[in-house]
Design a binder for this molecule. Sequence first.
Ligand code: PLP
Length: 425
Amino acid sequence: MNRERSIQLYDTAKGVIPGGVNSPARSWAAVGGNPLFLTRGTGSRVWDADGNEYIDYVCSWGPLILGHANERVVAAITQAASEGTSFGAPTERENEIAQFVADAYESIDMVRFVNSGTEATMSALRLARAYTGRSKIVKFEGGYHGHSDALLVAAGSGALAHGVPDSAGVTESFAQDTLLSKFNDLASVDAHFTSFPDDIACVIVEPIAGNMGVVPPQDGFLQGLRDLTTKHGALLVFDEVITGFRVEYGGAQQRYGINADITCLGKIIGGGMPVGAYGGSAEVMATVAPLGAMYQAGTLSGNPVAMAAGIATLKQLQEPGVYNALGAKAASLAAGLQEVFADAEVPLRINRVGSMMTLFFNTEEVTGWESVSASDREGFGRFFHNMLEEGVYLPPSPFEAMFVSTAHTDDDIQTTLESARRALA
Ligand SMILES: *Cc1c(COP(=O)(O)O)cnc(C)c1O
């Protein structure tokens, strides 16, 4: 496979963009090699700058649950753009998508739209602190919630892959108010409440961890968080930036029957455009300006083109059977891969919830940060590159989720399995 043009473009990029990329995971630091420059995508397929075609399981890291260039999403974007790309004034589309979100989540009466998942989680923390009048937050090792200061502590894939558990430029005072717990370990959360009974504003969690690879919550974990936060007057913040509208229409909260106090959304609700959102009960959201004293704003927030893409995406996800079909497709991919790896006698643990999954090159069950870290990174790297040669584009890191979209066909899955068989051989 010729990748000359990608190599040239990356060289040029490195002169004008730090590391040649606008988000570190795109640099392939975790797997080595030259990142592909992509030029085009339709459905389950993408093409690189040299014209090579790939089955894509990155799907823009989650947003593209309908695949690339979905016809109805593109039509909605085109229509909205032709009517004006930004007003900085309220528009009707914002009402429509806010209503969709409130209908999807029992725990959400009101929702504020922002421009990224990072903004959503950053604002959710400010809201939790404003509402409770407390300063500390609890997060989990390996939990990634975007790149705001308070949340860049033990933050998962990027940090793990780069061997930087923290970021330079995050001051100690920020880190001090961020308490770390272990995912799937309630005792590690309870301990913080014992030490700081009146100081914890919220516990923020990816209800299905997706940024240290997919790690599902064990039975009772989310309910335990719900009980602990309620007992101590803290808020429970679910970061559903990946899982919202991914694992069910109503996200992890629908899947596990647990309601959060504040929900963070992003990725899918933007239909491939830059969008985030945070929402909760009318009472909690009354703290947000202009209703309340917690300030948060955005020039391009609720952008009409982005809202149109989100609406067109959610409408298609409302059709009956979408999530069952997605889950079934992902299940057959996972079962097939498990078989291919077993035949090749390569240890593999697949963690999957619905259409999100991670292939852990691991002999043990993967339940949290420690077992994640025990994975064979080099083995994954070799598999990644061999799959690429076969025309299958996996996430370029052993600690990321791969995504199946509604556009992936049974043929795509069969092709992927045959590719995997050759890639291991
Ligand atoms: C991607 C992600 C974010 C950050 O969203 P951005 O749009 O990249 O800022 C936050 N939380 C989770 C769980 C994510 O996966």
